[in-house]
Design a protein around this ligand. Structure first.
Ligand code: HSE
Length: 430
């Protein structure tokens, strides 16, 4: 017998609108291929005209969240309104009523999944959030279903399209940060206030969610180290190119014998690394498992239809699975006491210094690096065109693998020495 599922969509913005379109256009296809009839029974919108323009019948436009929740034809509530205050209240109301929830809201899941999941468990309903991370790339389902036979030791991703677009422009068209950001805003990739994207907040929410799933332990947002791209300078991208590296905003999660680490920051990767070819607003996630070895998922991390695709896959899953699965880890507000988090990351580093062109200056700098156990792997010293013969010279070092504490100790010492100033410090990851 064909299953039936009634859906309510809260919010018909980019993601809600895309979801509505996919569900209505593919309804027959899902009946035939999934043996499920999914109907949109209700929508909740601020602007009624938007719903009418999308073709929602007037009788399906709800006047309040209470009306949506009380509708007996609604089995699954899809939250696409964004923000956390109202979204949390609406999702809680749906779960209390025993209705499963599908959400695209990364901030909500990152901050409150422990409360939402507890309520879902009590009321025997599901909480699905594929669309909260990396848009049309099915990374959540992959972690929950596709790779669960593995111990995942590492995740490395480009999980923010806005910053990837900006860095691609700076790299390929030699643009300054401000010009690349303005272009991203003009194209609608970056918001008028771009802080959440460019400072790595959006990527850190996603990394917290994904690394919790990958490593089977709660990784709260507060445990994610974060640096954005707003102070990246074009000159470092150019030096990186000379050395064979591409600069990306990486989200990195590791689970090693030392403990768990989660960090978002700009990083150089070798041009030959698969992530280096992820350009423009595209996203990708690279996973390493003990059995499968390395895999990479690639696609669009945002947009009406890609993110709508993720929402719809959750709706179909919720409508066709009676066994509800919850987190594989203790989903509490904070980190699990038994999990050790590492902040003294191991990495190689790119350093750009400005130094006075004096006899022995370089020897003093390398002497300080050596004292901190930091070994130099590559070096560029080239007077800029038009630079005064006795003026300051930029010197670029790439180190062998070291630790965060060692490099920071060496950088502080170099800056205090009066011989040189460190102008840029960028991790080199792969
Ligand atoms: N603003 C995000 C990005 C998309 O640029 O990737 C939604 O998470």
């Amino acid at each position: 017998m064909m299953k039936k599922a009634g859906v309510a969509i809260l919010g018909l913005g980019v993601v809600g609108g895309g979801t509505y379109r996919i569900l209505t256009e593919h309804r027959e296809f899902y009946r035939r291929t999934q043996n499920v009839d999914i109907s949109v029974e209700s929508v909740l919108v601020r602007n009624k005209q938007r719903a009418l323009d999308l073709g929602v019948p007037e009788e399906n436009i709800a006047g309040s969240i209470a009306e949506v929740i009380a509708n007996p034809n609604v089995d699954i509530v899809v939250e696409c309104i964004g923000g956390v205050e109202a979204a949390k209240d609406y999702v809680m109301a749906a779960l209390h009523e025993g209705k499963s929830v599908v959400t695209s809201n990364k901030e909500l899941i990152c901050k409150y999944s422990h409360e939402l999941e507890r309520t879902a468990r009590r009321n025997c309903c599901g909480l699905y959030f594929e669309a909260s991370c990396v848009g049309g790339v099915p990374i959540v389902r992959t972690l929950l279903d596709g790779v669960q036979g593995n111990r995942i030791s590492e995740m490395m991703g480009i999980i923010n399209g806005t910053t990837n677009y900006i860095l691609s422009k700076m790299t390929e068209e030699n643009e300054e940060y401000a010009a690349a950001l303005a272009e991203a805003q003009r194209l609608g990739y970056a918001e008028a206030d771009p802080t959440n994207d460019v400072e790595g907040v959006d990527a850190a929410y996603k990394l917290a969610i994904l690394s919790s799933l990958a490593f089977h332990t709660k990784v709260p947002y507060a445990k994610v180290y974060r640096e954005g791209i707003s102070s990246v300078e074009r000159t470092d991208i150019v030096y990186g190119k000379q050395l064979g590296y591409t600069l990306k905003l990486l989200a990195i999660g590791k689970n090693t014998e030392r403990g768990v680490e989660a960090r978002v920051h700009p990083a150089f990767i070798r041009n030959a690394h698969p992530l280096a070819s992820v350009r423009d607003a595209y996203n990708a996630v690279y996973l390493r498992g003990d059995a499968m070895d390395d895999i990479m998922l690639y696609g669009r991390g945002a947009g009406a239809l890609p993110t709508g695709s993720a929402v719809v896959s959750d709706i179909i899953y919720a409508a066709t699975h009676s066994d509800i699965r919850y987190s594989t880890f203790r989903n509490t507000a904070g980190a699990d006491r038994e999990t050790k988090f590492i902040s003294d990351f191991a990495s190689a580093y790119y350093l750009r210094l400005s130094t006075e062109d004096q006899t022995g200056a370089l020897a003093k700098v390398t002497g300080i690096l050596a004292r901190y156990g930091v070994s130099v792997m590559e070096l560029i010293q080239k007077r800029p065109e038009g630079g005064a013969p006795d003026g300051p010279v930029p010197v670029v070092f790439v180190t062998h693998g070291t630790t965060e504490n060692s490099i920071r100790g060496a950088v502080n010492k170099i800056n205090a020495s009066g011989i040189a100033q460190v102008k840029a410090l960028i991790r080199v990851e792969a």
